[in-house]
Design a binder for this molecule. Structure first.
Ligand code: CS2
Ligand code: MG
Length: 402
């Protein structure tokens, strides 16, 4: 089963997506997501100039060897651009293999470990009262788990406060827009939000919060401690994780569960965090961390330490990543939760898919492959639209982590 064609499709149905399509001589094709939010074209060039020519003529069934070829063969390892390109190839090849086997992807991975996949939605509000209302709307839709973010008085456009009810789109400007940050004010506000949420809705639902790399390890430990009475499902990205050791300090001071990894590319980014049991959930996902082939290795390492998965699933991860992640989640023994930020109707039309939502769970379909396709004619109607993620600065102008 030789690869005849490999090409990149860029489309912007409400937001930008980069998709790789691989076609075999037999006419079976597979697609993979290669979207890198705000830096899309770097992956397009990496794929078109360096990866696609290497694929032509290879046996599409040799997923592992092609993965190793792209990882070792480049000499320059890791990084978001390389690993997204590898992920796109890997997912397209798994799609082809599953279609050829006439099986939904989860069957090839080892079959079902569960009936359905628990997801969390994003509740956002300009202030605490608005966020409390937004959480109520998710509860009414049947969600079991909800991430809650609120505006912070005196902070311009605090992280996660969005436009749109079921999703928000952070890449909102042609060139990065400037938002504000103030840790003192955040530490005054976030615990009050969760106090109000538990007082209003009780303790039956899972509540999550994203710190989006804003706190120092000491501040993060303080926040984790203050949130303990509200029994969070997780506190995410509470400090940057380039220095994995930083989590030791946080861990010594709080039992609030910790989640990290949406910007990780490989097992090496989380090796120490996992082996030292410094986190509870690993957020690496299909498109970010080298596809199914590599994410499976991360999940297996995590399982040795009772660390569970929590795949990143924001709107900048295309339906192709969501569909593939749901097959992965349906199989992976140490599943924790799946993020589910809904896509716009325009995006859903360009990427027809067979997964469905039912009362707080997503269910992957039974279509052979990963169950997501691309309507190329429709995709061509949405040309690339230059957008970047915002940045954050402190009151005195100091550049901070967004
Ligand atoms: C966020 C993301 O979903 C999350 O947890 O941290 O929305 C993140 O900001 C975006 O994926 C960046 O592209
Ligand atoms: Mg996050």
């Amino acid at each position: 089963m030789r690869i005849k064609d490999a090409r990149v499709i860029v489309t912007s149905p409400g937001r930008n997506f980069v998709t790789l399509k691989i076609v075999t001589e037999e006419g079976v094709y597979g697609i993979g997501d290669a979207t890198l939010n705000g830096r899309e074209k770097s992956v397009v060039a990496y794929l078109e100039d360096h990866v696609c020519p290497l694929l032509i003529g290879r046996d599409a069934r040799q997923i592992e060897d092609i993965w190793q070829l792209l990882y070792r063969g480049a000499y320059w390892r890791r990084g978001p651009v390389t690993m997204r390109a590898i992920a796109a190839v890997d997912v397209a090849l798994w799609d082809i293999k599953a279609k050829s086997a006439d099986m939904p992807l989860y069957q090839l991975l080892g079959g079902r470990s569960r009936e359905k996949v628990m997801v969390y939605g994003h509740a956002n509000g300009g202030d605490i009262a608005e966020t409390v209302d937004a959480v109520g709307q998710y509860i009414d839709m049947g969600y079991k788990a909800i991430r809650a973010q609120t505006g912070i008085p005196g902070v311009k456009d605090a992280y996660g406060v969005g436009r749109g009810k079921l999703f928000y789109e952070p890449a909102d400007a042609t060139l990065a827009s400037v938002t504000g940050w103030d840790t003192r004010k955040a530490l005054n506000t976030v615990p009050k939000l969760f106090e109000m949420l538990r007082a209003t809705y009780g303790f039956d639902h899972h509540l999550l919060h994203d710190g989006h790399h804003r706190y120092t390890p000491q501040e993060a430990a303080n926040l984790g401690k203050m949130l303990e009475p509200y029994q969070l499902f997780w506190l995410e990205d509470v400090t940057p994780a380039e220095n994995q050791e930083a989590f030791k300090l946080i861990r010594q001071h709080t039992v609030t569960p910790l989640a990290v990894g949406e910007i990780f590319n490989t097992i090496w980014d989380c090796k120490d965090l996992i082996q030292n049991q410094l986190i509870d959930y690993i957020r690496a996902t299909i498109v970010g961390a080298g596809g199914v082939t590599h994410l499976r290795r991360i999940a297996d390492l995590a399982s040795l330490y009772q660390i569970r998965t929590g795949c990143h699933g924001a709107t900048d991860l295309s339906p192709v990543t969501m569909g593939t992640a749901l097959h992965f989640d349906t199989w992976v023994p140490n599943f924790g939760i799946q993020e589910y930020m809904r896509h716009s109707p325009e995006t859903d039309d360009v990427f027809p898919h067979d997964y469905s939502f039912d009362k707080g769970f997503l269910i992957c379909g039974e279509t052979p492959g990963h169950g997501v396709d691309i309507n190329e004619e429709l995709a061509a109607k949405y040309p690339y639209d230059q957008r970047q993620l915002p940045i954050a600065r402190l009151e005195d102008g100091t550049m901070w982590n967004w």
